[in-house]
Structure formats: C-alpha cells, structure tokens
Ligand binder design. Sequence first.
Ligand SMILES: Nc1nc2c(ncn2[C@@H]2O[C@H](COP(=O)(O)OP(=O)(O)OP(=O)(O)O)[C@@H](O)[C@H]2O)c(=O)[nH]1
Length: 735
Amino acid sequence: MSVGRMSRLFQNQISETLMLRISGCYNLAGLNNCTRCTRLKCDTLNARSIGRQCHVVQAHKDYHTSSIYLAAKAKNQKKKIVKKMQMPKKKKKPMIATGEVVPIWQNMTVQQLADSMGKDTDHVFECMLYIKGHNTDKYEEEDSIIDNIEVTKEIVNKTGLRFKFEEQGNKEAEQDMDAYPRPPADPSLLVKRPPVVTIMGHVDHGKTTLLDSLRSSNVVDSEFGGITQHIGAFSVHLPDTNERITFIDTPGHAAFSTMRSRGAHVTDMVVLVVAADDGVMEQTKESIKYCNQAGVPIIVAINKVDKQEADVARAKQDLLVAGVHLEEFGGEIQAVEVSAKTGFNLIALQEAIIAQADILDLKSDVTGPVEAVVLESSTHAGRGKLSTALIQMGTLRKGMYLVAGTAWAKVRGMFTERGDTVQEAPPGDAVEIIGWRELPSAGSQILQVDSENRVKEVIAWRKKQQEKLKSKQDIAEIQKKESEHQEKYTEFRKLKMDLGKPRLKQQRIMKKEKEVTSSHTGPQLAVVLRGDVDGSVEAILDMLDTYESKQCLLDVVNYGVGVVSEADVDLAAAFDGVVIGFNVTLSDAVKRHAKAQGVTIRHFNIIYRLMEFLKEQLTERLPSTQQENIIGTANVQATFEIAEGKTKVPVAGSRCTKGLLNKKKLFKVVRDGDTIYEGSLTSLKHFKTEVDTIKTDVECGIAFKNINVPLRPGDTVVCYENVDVKQTIDWDPGF
Ligand SMILES: Nc1nc2c(ncn2[C@@H]2O[C@H](COP(=O)(O)OP(=O)(O)OP(=O)(O)O)[C@@H](O)[C@H]2O)c(=O)[nH]1
C-alpha cells in the first residue's frame, strides 16, 4: 500500500477510534486492550469495511459501555476526547441509504466514485483493501482513474449499494476525444500486401551497397563517411512477376542501434547481411537479438562472395553458433549467397523474400481509415515538413487528415523515394507525405481522422493529457525541489538567527568567509531584511546568493517576514549596516529610531530597485583606486648637460608631441615600452625661459630632479597625474 493511502487510513482509524470511544466501546478504541476481545482488532477492521455494522462491536458494546466508559471518564479521558472531537470535520457527504442505486462508469476517479456513493475517498481506499484478485495498489490518489470496472463494482457492493452504468458518468467526466487504431479487420476484407523488409548487419558488411544495388541507385557515394545515417524506404518490383517488396533502409552502425530496433518492429522480415570474408560480428549478433526479441523472421544474405577471402562455409558455421538455423542444416532460415557489388544472385534473394512473405501470408485491409507509422521526418526547403510513412492499414490518398502524436497533416501529396508523385499508397507501401503542420516524431503512429475538426479535437485532447502528465511530474519535481530548498533554508535561517546575536558575529563572519573568501578583511555591508511573505524574502535571498564578489563582503545579518522593528535598526547599527523592508510598511517611530542611530533604512516593492540600492551601498563601501591620467608626451631629440654650480645636470632637449607638459605634474621616461624612470622635474625651459607648461609641437629642455636619470635621444617623456577612481561593484544578479 502506498504511504499516502496508508497515512489517510491511519487518520481515518484515529477518527474511528474516537467515535467508538464516544459510543462506549473503550476496548475497540484501544484495539487490543481488552482481554475478552481477542478477535477485536480484526473485527474492527471488518466493521469499517462494511460500514460499522459489525455484530461483534454491538455485542461488546453493551458489556463495556458503562464500566469502561466511566473508568475512562474518571481518568479524565473525556476531556481529551472532547478536545479531539473539536478537530475540523470533513465536509459532509449526502447520505445514501444502503441498497440505493448509484451511477458508475468506466474510468471513474477515486473521488468520482466516492462522490457517487456519498462517501469520502478514504472509504474507497479502505474498500480496496478487501478486494482480492485485482491490483488496486495503483489507485493511490484521489484523482487516480479506476480503469478496472470490476474494482468499481466491488467497491459499490462492499459499501452495501447497487450500481447502474452510465455512458460517460456525470457531466464533469472528461470525454475521451483521442483517436485509436481500428479493431482487427474482417478477414474477408484482407488482401495480399507487399512484404516490408529491413536490412541489418555489421558495419561495412555491405548493407548500403545491397540496398543500392536493389534500387539501382548509388547511395554509397553520397553518404557521409559511407555510413547510412537515416531510415528511408523504397519499393522494388520483381522483374518477372508483379510482386513488390518494400525495403526500409536501416543504418548498420552501432550508434544507431535505437533506430535499428525501431526498424525491426515495423518490418515483416529482416535480411541479415553477413560478409563472407568477416563472418558473424558483434552487430550481426545484436541484429539477431533484435529480430528474436521482435519475433521477426530472418533471411541471411551472405555477401561479398565475389571476394577472394570469402569463406561462405565459415560464415554459415558462425551463424549456426549464433543461433541462426539455416535450411541446409535442417533449420527454417533461408541463406542466399550474394554479391552486392556485382549484383550476383540478387534476384534469388528477392525470391527468397517473396517465398518468406508467402509463408507469412501478409495481408491487410486496403479499405477503411489509414493506419501508418512514421519512419522519418524532415523539413525540406521547398516542400515544407515531410515524413516517410509506412502504410499498415487502409489506403492513403491526397486530402486525408492524419494525426501522429500531437502533429497533424492534411495530405497535400505523396512521393516515392525517387520523388515520383503517387495518387494512393496501399498497405506495405512507404511514401513521403507532404502537408504536415508540425513534424511528427519518427516511430509515432499515424491515424486517419475524418475532418479538420476531429484533428483539432484529438490534438487538443492529447496535448491536455500530456500537460496533465507533465504537471503531475512537475508537481513531483517542484515538491522535491521545495523540500530540498526548505531544508537549506531552515539550516540557513538557523545560522542567520544565531548569527544575529552580536556576540556571535565573529563566528558568523568566519563561517560566511569560508563561503566567500578565506580571509576577508576589506569592506563589508551588513543587511537586515524584512519582507511581507516568505516567498518574497526567499526570492531576495536567492538573488543575494548570486553575489560572489570579493571586493566587499555582503552579509545578511538577519532576515524574516514581518514589519521592520527598532530591534532590526539596532542590529544594523551594531554591524554598521542597512535595513531593508520589502513590501512592508516602515513606521514613523522606526524611521525616527533609524535616523537617531544613523542607520540607512529603505523600503522597496520592486526587487530590481532593491538590488540597485544594494549595489550602490556596496559600491559606496569600496575604496577608490588610483589611475594614471596622461597629460602629454614629449620626444627626446638630444641630451646635453648644463652646469648648476658645481653640479652637471642632464637635460633632455625635447619636443612635445601630444597634449601638454606641466612642470608641476609627474613625469616618467619610457624606452622601448619600458618605464626606466619616474619622478618630478626641476626645470622646464622654452629656450632660455623657465615655463610652467609646454604645448604640443613646442621644443623644450627638461631637467629631472634625479640627475642620474639615464636619458637618451629617442626616449619618450610622459607627463601624467594620478587620479582617484571610484570602483564599482562587480555583481550581476541576472536582470
Ligand atoms: N567486394 C565486395 N565489396 C563489397 C560488397 N558489398 C559491399 N562491399 C564494399 O564494402 C564496403 C562497405 O559497404 P557498405 O555498403 O557501405 O557497408 P554498410 O554495411 O552499409 O556499412 P555501414 O553503413 O557503415 O554500416 C564498401 O567499400 C563496399 O564497396 C560485395 O558484395 N563485394
């Protein structure tokens, strides 16, 4: 029994127990307290299953009523009972008397059956416990569909009611609008159809070459790397008879084993290609396995017999070992020696296929609604969405409406693999269909429906079913995620609550640092956050989780649902932080308190704005960095020395090439891209005049404070200043 059902029954048992206590049978309540009622436990369950009509209950009720109930009362049990009785009651169902007739229908949900009987779903689940011979474990939810009408009938019977069938149940019952394959056709309507053949075998054993020879076109050369990469299909006509064979072009490479297994399931027989020089290889065995699993007969084509290394006898021996019992060894499997390359014996192979088809007595109904299977789908630049379909029932014609999964088509045209238009495609034919509105998936079943309206009904119904399934899966996934998140959230909250205490601040920071950085000593922003609901607080915390910058530590010291209090302000003050309220009102008293404490307090109702504010706050806490601002450059044209007292001072005879040179600013000498000197000037002269600045294209003499500066013609003198640049926080919360 599922946990859900178990717990519902357990709850039910509690309320039943209470009911029995009240009604006087104390030992029923205890289930195994009474020495006289050894069978009581089992009879209690039976009592529930038949609507509490158990005679054992009645018999013991009189005996115990007075003494035990009074004893219980004396022990002050009644108080407890009354308290429990005050628990919220389930909505009362309309009373339906025993023997009354209730409506039932195929595929009722548990809830619908309960409603129909005027009971609650616990009753239905409980009844299921006593149903033998049917699997009721799968009906574990209130919306579980009871797909076995016998189970539905038994539940009604066990409830002491009678049933009548209704076509679709009540008005709320959903009508199945899906399209289904038709029932097996009347044998008198069946006519012979061409066999559908798949070619399988180990890589490079010659499948493509064989198909190529069979349809007399050269596919090998156009294939990427010589490997068949799709499932196509084509028909061949036997030269002397009117017989036709439909070949499905299956890939032989191991990477396409999935497609190959699909091929095996739509096919009537498989031609297993075994190269005579190689014998049975890994994928030969795999192919044999697929055929056996699908119950598809095999014809062996021993290929490459033209090759000198060909060893047909060994190949046959291999096949025997692999469980393929050839006719010549007394088995039932035909083997034909062929050369796909030279075309040797291909007719014999085709005749073997026809002989096998005769044994299989392949027939189909060419009339009635079309049923087909999608072999492959693609989009063509000129013709739009196409699919290759193998017709299995009925005859496909232009203008027909088809559904395949949730894709549909109004057939605009049909083509053979050579691109020839065909007017109709009977069973056994594979044709390319144009007119699909969406691409059907390969392997999906195609069913013909009457009209576009019907198409829409079917598609809408199928999409709805898919959504239902998806939403069930989604709900399960969401619940899983929620519980994981809840665990983390609880742990996180506990940590934060502990950390809210100032004495633990160091510990909190250390813990946080472990996540962010091992030794954060720089700036930090402490935040106290209050939101209107859990969801919004969590959304903000999730957003804060995206903060990974090491420039400034972002620390949520406390958070929760509710209005901002003065205590929050105090906490923020203790950490030199800010208080943020999201969708909560800030009282004047709190605002005043914040002002008095010098705490920044803000209210937001858009997360985006809140994040902007935090970014500003974080940025504000970042120290400025120094950046070099180039004012001008000069080119050293000659160097010479002038005497200043006894000292010889080197001078760079230069020309300002860009911007201007300002004597009061900083200078550096750059040679071959490397800075060889940094410092200030003692003199900047235009001819003999000392100046403060030199403009572009003006010549000058530059003397540095350091007289040992190694100046050379060709050096660049750069005049610059250091400016403070404000850093901005590196954080992209994703919007
Ligand atoms: N001599 C000889 N060579 C053949 C014969 N059949 C195929 N080959 C050669 O064997 C090589 C592989 O042939 P394919 O037809 O590409 O083999 P395949 O089984 O389709 O290979 P995959 O698509 O890669 O699985 C090619 O070089 C063919 O020319 C044959 O009967 N005789």
